[in-house]
Design a protein around this ligand. Structure first.
Ligand SMILES: Nc1ncnc2c1ncn2[C@@H]1O[C@H](COP(=O)(O)OP(=O)(O)OP(=O)(O)O)[C@@H](O)[C@H]1O
Length: 294
């Protein structure tokens, strides 16, 4: 049985998935990345996976197993000494066109990344400009990427985004220091949402926040992906949190995906010994009665 406290977020996700036919958004085949140092590090080894449209896929595994390299690699965000040594990444655009990400040149990739994929990092809230208002920073995104919008439209779109992430349009004139950490992280999520991407990559997006604020933000991410239909690749060390938010979880170890299953399957019937070890290493998952304790 699923731990009681992971049901509320998970249940609608499962329900939704049962209703709709899966439709791939990203197909990763035999993808490998090596850090060309001495000795070379094979950070990602022959990873194959398919991310569905609207799905939240969690990447789990201990530090150094290759989660970040994989998530950045599929967006071609890696820098030397990282080298993609093999494999393909295909983005199945909502327009019906399949895009081979490896074939895009730098400029095409840059535009693609903003329009189709966005990222939210750990501590992203500290990346806000301290001397510009929240509204001005949101409006900037539209000014750069949607130059056809009028000033009034940019402002309206920014205010709407602040409503969507439950910060509220009245915060348009606030400066970052006037907002709590959780609110600032929501502003970053609003920015990531601004261009209505089809994929959001979230790298430890709530780690710096306290547990209650984390849960609220996770719940909201889950709701928003239903509303807007984007997919999420969610990276964190925190397996209990992944069980709570993910539809499926890929467990990585030493650059390979050793198990890929729904959150429910992984929780109820972990197959790989490493997954079992990982689950057992979170005392709050096992607790006295064997339920999630938090
Ligand atoms: N710039 C680099 N040069 C050499 N090796 C690197 C570099 N960046 C990462 N690595 C190595 O690649 C492997 C995978 O690292 P990666 O950061 O992808 O793992 P991770 O699972 O995301 O870890 P964490 O959760 O700590 O961020 C590790 O062995 C790491 O030491």
């Amino acid at each position: 049985m699923l731990p009681i406290s992971i049901r509320p977020v998970l249940a609608p996700a499962l329900h939704e998935r049962e209703r709709s036919m899966p439709e791939p958004l990203l197909t990763v085949r035999d993808f490998s990345v090596v850090y060309d140092v001495d000795p070379p590090v094979e950070a990602v080894k022959n990873v194959t996976l398919e991310l569905q449209r609207g799905e939240i896929l969690g990447l789990a595994g201990e530090s150094g197993c290759g989660k970040t390299t994989l998530a950045y690699g599929v967006q071609r965000l890696l820098r030397a000494p990282a080298v993609i040594t093999g494999g393909s990444v295909t983005f199945h655009d909502a327009s019906g066109v399949d895009v081979d990400i490896n074939s895009l040149d730098t400029e095409e990739m840059r535009r693609f990344r903003w329009d189709k994929i966005s990222m939210v990092f750990q501590g992203a809230m500290n990346a806000l400009n301290p001397v510009a208002t929240i509204g001005a920073q949101l409006e900037d995104v539209f000014e750069v990427h949607r130059p056809d919008l009028s000033r009034r439209e940019r402002r309206a779109a920014s205010a709407e985004l602040l409503e969507i992430v439950a910060v509220g349009r009245e915060r348009m004139r606030s400066y970052p220091h006037e907002l709590s950490g959780g609110m600032r992280q929501r502003v970053m999520i609003a920015m990531a949402l601004a261009l209505r991407p089809q994929l959001m990559v979230m790298d430890e997006p709530t780690t710096a926040l306290d547990v209650l604020v984390q849960r609220e933000i996770l719940r909201q991410i889950s709701q928003l992906r239903h509303e807007f239909g984007f997919s999420v690749i969610f990276i964190t060390h925190d397996l209990p949190l992944l069980l709570e938010i993910s539809d499926r979880i890929a467990v990585m170890r030493e650059g390979e995906i050793v198990e890929l299953a729904t959150a429910r399957e992984l929780w109820e019937r972990p197959r790989h010994d490493y997954t079992k070890t990982l689950l057992a290493s979170f005392p709050r998952l096992t607790g006295e009665r064997g339920i999630l304790v938090r």
